[in-house]
Ligand binder design. Structure first.
Ligand code: PLP
Length: 417
């Protein structure tokens, strides 16, 4: 006889680990499922995904034909396929982010890099500094290991590093880790200035805190000059744990990224990854390796930079044309995102509420509170300019204005609903 336990079991009665309470998930990722379930036309400014037309699909198909054989369908080395490690390190030698093979471990995207960093460094109760706003998948990863988050303010030059000593003094203990996105930050689009990079490194050493340097967008600068990476400013620094990914420069569905760490830490990274997934998707690694070997990455990135600059400009023009002084935005020099803040009377609108109205009107974004560890920024939202053509962007901003008008009418008591 089988016993049906379903009626007596709720999640609360299950013997969950304490850490389950810290598994807060991601509003950003959930919006992928939410949007997939919609049947009406939606202009999608929500996900930080490359444009469909920016993915070199024909070349990937050609490469897949060449590299898919039995050796790419079996288990691979945990640290990564040798051919990818070789080609990646050779490629990075010509960028502002050079490295050596004894530092690199291939990961299942940037998210696994963040998970590895937290798994290795964070004990329950440890203090972790996060930017405000931040990429909340990163802060959620720290929370999943029991971290306590200390939100630090940002401005147009990224994390306000000068504010950290006072914040830390007020917290009464030093941080174990500082989570920063130094280039074209997600979600604000801002870049950490050079003096602040130096200052951040100094503070990390003063506190013996690891810097989780999460930089998926650094190779996507379309204006201004590259700043030296934290690694370049502090070579062979054991307190730097750098997280990188091909998601934004090739395709997120590949799930291929890498971490760049002190060689003394590499075996620990490999051990931690072995307890997660054995190795990163082998065929995907071969696709990326061969794409780099064929010399395609530089040309591809040059094309992306030109297109994304055009798309950012178009979005700002659309915003100016349709919303004028009702909003302000940041002005990123690269990457994917604009951070928009409602002004004047519009600042009374909750962007969380606006999200629902906007979705019904056919436009999606990420509301500010989803990008803050403590749910701040209800008067702000994130727009991804990279995945949408200028024509669609104009349509999306018109829909956003309509949604704002509806919300404002409702607040002023003149709405129909
Ligand atoms: C700042 C930041 N870190 C990490 C990631 C995750 O990258 P991946 O999709 O490769 O896991 C993202 C993706 O949006 C990101 O913006």
């Amino acid at each position: 006889m089988t016993v049906d336990h379903s009626a007596t079991r709720s999640r609360d009665t299950l013997p969950l680990a304490d850490r389950a309470a810290g598994l807060v998930g991601s509003v950003i990722d959930s919006s992928t499922s939410l949007l997939a379930a919609q049947t009406h036309d939606i202009v999608r400014f929500a996900m930080g995904s490359p444009a469909d037309e920016a993915v070199p699909l024909a070349e990937f198909r050609d490469i897949a034909d060449q590299v898919f054989d039995h050796s790419s369908m079996t288990y691979g080395a945990t640290e990564g396929e040798p051919v990818l490690l070789d080609n990646l390190v050779e490629y990075l030698a010509g960028t502002s982010d050079p490295t050596t093979e004894d530092r690199v471990t291939i990961t299942a995207g940037g998210m696994q890099g963040l998970d590895l960093a937290c798994k290795i460094f964070i004990n329950p109760g440890d203090l972790v500094i996060v930017e405000s706003p931040t990429y909340t998948n990163g802060s959620a990863t720290a929370l999943s290991y029991g971290a306590e988050l200390l939100e630090a303010p940002t401005d147009e030059n990224g994390l306000i590093v000068e504010a950290l000593p006072d914040l830390v003094a007020a917290a009464g203990r030093t941080p174990k880790a500082i989570y920063t996105i130094p280039n074209f930050q997600n979600p604000s689009g801002t870049t950490l200035s050079l003096p602040r990079r130096h200052q951040l490194l100094e503070l990390a050493h003063e506190w013996n805190a690891v810097i989780i340097d999460d930089d998926p967008y650094g190779l996507l600068r379309f204006e201004g000059e590259d700043l030296p990476s934290l690694q370049a400013l502090s070579p062979a620094d054991p307190l730097l744990f750098s997280v990188r990914t091909f998601s934004k420069i090739l395709a997120p569905g590949l799930r291929v990224g890498w971490v760049d760490t002190d060689p003394a830490l590499r075996q620990l990274v490999i051990n931690a990854k072995q307890a997660m997934d054995t190795c990163t998707n082998v065929p995907a690694q071969h696709i990326v390796a061969e794409f780099i070997r064929r010399g395609g990455l530089d040309k591809h990135l040059a094309g992306l930079r030109t297109e994304y600059r055009h798309r950012k400009d178009s979005m700002q023009e659309s915003l100016h044309r349709n919303l004028g002084s009702r909003v302000t935005t940041t002005d990123p020099e690269g990457g994917f995102f604009l951070w928009l803040t409602l002004q004047g009377e519009d600042a009374r609108i909750s962007t969380q509420k606006l999200f629902e109205t906007a979705l019904a009107e056919g436009v999606a974004f990420i509301p500010g509170p989803a990008l803050s560890a403590s749910g701040r920024f209800d008067d702000a939202l994130r727009l991804c300019f990279a995945s949408t053509t200028p024509e669609r962007t104009e349509e999306g901003i018109i829909r956003l204005r309509r949604a704002m008008d509806l919300e404002l009418d409702a607040l002023n008591g003149s709405g129909n609903s």
